[in-house]
Design a protein around this ligand. Structure first.
Ligand SMILES: Cc1cc2nc3c(=O)[nH]c(=O)nc-3n(C[C@H](O)[C@H](O)[C@H](O)COP(=O)(O)O)c2cc1C
Ligand code: SF4
Length: 453
């Protein structure tokens, strides 16, 4: 395979498919964009030729024939792309942390997608698997890695089939494997099925899991960039993050930055769920407001009042109705101590009891806690018990103080993000809905009529 053949496949396929690619499933063309989801629901997921016809693998060709590895990292840095797994860590900066020395290095594509309500990575892998593979190969070229793993959520058997076929097709065409596109660049990809626990999506737990150990988190440092998989430098990025890299390399950093707002460049895919008229998956520019997202989801169900906007994993950060015009953007959310999350959004109406909702999420994380560190193992259980007490009507204001203190301990002393998320859940719930907690304790009043039964 070389660029001439790539162009020929593109031209032949475009002739064959006619106007198939003109299809546009967006319901609101003014508010929604198509960058990450450019190919999803448009191309045949099993056809590498249709991916090539949409400029697939042209970015990889450009990078490995015209650019130095560090130039690829520079373009990603300039684009402003931030990790789409939730925390918003700058992607190019992370790539730059990998030591420059030659030697075995790894790419891990985090496809564990454990966040409740999020279905974005699954859609991308099922609908557009080659964009993920091309993104991984570009990352591999940039950091000098010749092997990549896709750590795939155990519950995604269809993705497993689609990805394995895509890998075989790419290898057959010389777009993965040895001497890619006739150059000296080698890059192999292997799909590794996850272990089925939420904590296994945490980067150090993934490393343990692929190494054949129990999927527990490790303390950091050392960070994976320095000592990762099999003790080698390892770059870990989310599916959505990697899948957009080919378009950034092909079209340039300025093109990517023309969507979104400064500090939150580009687009994000969200799965809008909860008390909406039309729950759906949408791709929007970052910087869109919560109000606009609710409108894209068809507005509040039964014309009820909007109460809470919940993001993160599982449902960890909450904002109330006073924040309805807040832009969904990394710095703005960080300032309010909430996460953009990996894309699962839950919209709640005024019939929801936030004490009950917080208890549900803390209890879920209590079940998922791996038990390795004391703050999370003991603290999460204790937090669930205190919330249960508030729901039953047997809690005092002292219990609320204990809960606030516990949230702080969990946020600051837990070994990994799971325990920190429990702290964050309670912290943001009490930030935005403290009156509701007080009404439960002082008045035994639950506006939603859920508690004290
Ligand atoms: C408990 C826990 C679960 C996680 N699960 C996922 C996951 O399913 N998918 C994911 O991409 N990141 C997950 N992460 C974040 C990863 O550790 C890592 O930061 C991420 O893959 C980096 O990707 P990004 O830089 O592209 O955002 C999880 C973190 C924690 C603490
Ligand atoms: S924070 Fe929880 S999940 Fe993470 S290591 Fe500690 S016990 Fe395990």
């Amino acid at each position: 395979m070389d660029i001439k053949l790539l162009k020929k496949i593109k031209d032949d396929t475009l002739k064959r498919v006619g106007n198939k690619f003109d299809k546009d499933y967006r319901t609101n063309k003014e508010k929604e964009v198509r960058i990450v989801l450019k190919n999803s629901y448009v191309i045949d997921k099993d056809s590498i030729d249709e991916y090539i016809a949409r400029d697939g693998y042209f970015a990889l060709n450009k990078a490995i024939t015209e650019m130095k590895p560090e130039e690829v990292t520079e373009v990603v840095k300039d684009s402003g792309l931030k990790g789409r797994s939730g925390g918003g860590f700058p992607t190019g900066l992370k790539w730059g942390f990998i030591p420059k020395e030659k030697g075995q290095k790894y790419i891990i594509c985090n496809a564990d997608e454990g966040e409740s309500a999020a279905t974005i990575d699954g859609v991308l892998m099922r609908q557009d698997p080659h964009s993920v593979l091309e993104g991984m190969a570009l990352a591999g070229y940039a950091i000098g890695a010749s092997k990549g793993y896709i750590y795939l959520r155990y519950e995604y058997p269809v993705c497993l089939e689609v990805l394995n076929k895509a890998i075989e097709d790419a290898k057959e065409k010389g777009l993965l494997g040895k001497k890619i596109l006739g150059t000296d660049f080698d890059f192999e990809v292997e799909v590794f099925r996850g272990a089925g626990a939420y904590v296994c999506g945490e980067e150090s737990a993934i490393i343990n899991s692929i190494e054949g150990n129990r999927g527990n988190s490790k303390s950091k440092p050392p960070f994976p960039a320095v000592k990762g998989l099999f003790s080698k430098p390892t770059l870990i990025n989310n599916v959505e993050t990697l899948s957009v890299v080919p378009q950034i390399i092909l079209n340039g950093a300025d093109w990517y930055k023309s969507t979104g707002i400064p500090g939150s460049e580009g687009s994000k895919v969200f799965t809008l769920t909860g008390h909406l008229n039309s729950p759906k998956t949408v791709e929007v520019p970052l910087g869109i407001t919560i109000r606009e997202l609710i409108e894209l989801g068809g507005g509040m169900r039964d014309n009820r009042k909007f109460k809470a906007f919940v993001t993160g994993s599982p449902n960890v950060t909450m904002l109330g109705s006073e924040d309805i015009d807040l832009p969904v953007a990394f710095p703005e959310f960080k300032e309010r101590q909430v996460m953009v999350g990996s894309g699962g959004v839950v919209i709640l109406d005024d019939k929801t009891c936030m004490v009950d909702f917080t208890h549900f999420n803390v209890d879920l994380l209590n079940i998922e806690s791996c038990g390795r560190c004391t703050p999370c193992r003991v603290g999460t259980k204790r937090a669930a018990q205190l919330l249960e007490k508030i729901k039953e009507g047997s809690a005092s204001l002292k219990d609320l103080d204990k809960l606030i203190e516990l949230a702080e301990h969990l946020r600051t002393a837990s070994l990994c993000g799971l325990g920190q998320a429990v702290g964050m859940t309670m912290h943001t719930a009490m930030n935005s809905f403290k009156d509701e907690f007080l009404a439960h304790i002082n008045e035994h009043e639950c506006a939603a009529g859920k508690c004290f039964k």
